[in-house]
Design a protein around this ligand. Structure first.
Ligand code: FNR
Length: 186
């Protein structure tokens, strides 16, 4: 069994990125389990609060879920041509304390996908993730790309990807990444 943890970088109930992640859950193929995580409950990073109280429970819980996975798939929205603040904020918490980075991130397979109603499908946000993931020393999967543009036309009101071509792309991406993350392949 290959266990992938997908993290949606949007808090919105009607998020296209959460919908993309939800649809991906049935497309990983046999032997692949994709669990979905959100960023709800993660406060703004505050170095004083960290020193005083340690890590918030929501951060510890997400760290544990990452550590229990064979790979992580980030489903990123794009804000102002970059990474949304809430998503970067969560990753910053997850990278604390620095001594814990190798356990949580180090050498772990990571992939990035994203959806946007605009015409470029989060291409700039996905590029902006690269220096962050390099800094955390993850094993980034560059074997596939999924930049879903015009997401409002491809994702139905039920929160599922309704467009067949996009579902197929998602399936190919998921299965490629799952193969990369498969424990035996490490
Ligand atoms: C956006 N949006 C956006 N879209 C895009 O493709 N490129 C961009 O640079 C931006 N910038 C941007 C800034 C801010 C502050 C907001 C709130 C939105 C639109 C964005 O893609 C859209 O709101 C998506 O629906 C967000 O993803 P979720 O919440 O649907 O997953």
């Amino acid at each position: 069994m290959t266990r992938i943890l997908g993290i949606s970088g949007s808090l919105r109930a009607g998020s296209f990125n959460t919908a993309l992640l939800r649809s991906a859950q049935s497309l990983g193929g046999p032997g692949v389990q994709l669990d979905a995580a959100t960023l709800h409950g993660i406060p703004l990073y505050d170095g004083d609060a960290e020193q005083r109280d340690g890590l918030p429970d929501a951060v510890v819980e997400l760290k544990d879920r990452i550590v229990a996975s064979d790979g992580v798939m980030l489903c990123t929205p794009e804000h102002n041509n970059g990474i949304p603040g809430v998503f970067k904020n969560a990753i910053d918490w997850l990278s604390r304390p620095a001594e814990d980075i190798p356990r949580v991130f180090g050498d772990r397979p990571f992939a990035v996908i994203g959806a946007s109603p605009g015409g470029f499908g989060t291409i700039l946000a996905q590029s902006a993730w690269l220096p962050v993931l390099r800094t955390l020393r993850v094993r980034y999967w560059s074997g596939g790309r999924l930049q879903v543009s015009r997401a409002h036309q491809l994702i139905g009101a039920d929160g599922e990807v309704s467009d067949e071509a996009t579902r197929k792309q998602l399936e190919v991406f998921m299965q490629g990444f799952a193969q990369f993350a498969r424990p035996m392949a490490k």
